[in-house]
Design a protein around this ligand. Structure first.
Ligand SMILES: [Zn+2]
Length: 135
């Protein structure tokens, strides 16, 4: 693995399980044990009912492209080698919306509503980022 030089997510006590899951190339979401809502991004409390009783559920990684933008320029130098890259909102089959990058696809081939699946980029020994590609 080549050294990863871009910024990495900050691991918090409430996001630790998310990152442990992605390291295993699985996508997991918090689930409120009080009201059942799936939650992304990881938080200390349910945004629906404010319960602190939160668990975790593995999700399918299947998604549809909601919206996207193609970044062509104007980024920090560390991201410049990736240009152009796609920043997207993806709607998971389980009803959760995530922001991520779309990979393995030319930007001109992207269509809102297209089927996507999660894939993982191993960045460090502790962090694997969830990305999406055409299914
Ligand atoms: Zn809740």
């Amino acid at each position: 693995m080549t050294a990863y030089t871009k910024p990495l997510p900050e691991m918090t006590p409430w996001s630790k399980k998310f990152w442990e899951s992605t390291k295993l190339h699985k996508l997991s979401m918090q689930r409120c044990n009080n009201c059942g809502k799936l939650i992304f991004y990881p938080r200390k409390a349910c945004p629906e009912c404010w319960s602190l009783d939160l668990g975790w559920q593995e999700v399918s990684g299947k998604a549809k492209l909601n919206a996207f933008t193609v970044t062509m320029a104007g980024v920090e130098p560390v991201f410049a080698p990736d240009l152009p890259y796609v920043l997207a909102l993806v709607d998971l089959a389980e009803g959760v919306t995530m922001m991520s990058n779309i990979v393995d696809c030319k930007p001109e081939d992207l269509k809102p509503g297209m089927d996507l699946e999660v894939t993982f980029r191993d960045c460090t020994d502790n962090i694997s980022l969830p990305l999406f590609r055409p299914a």
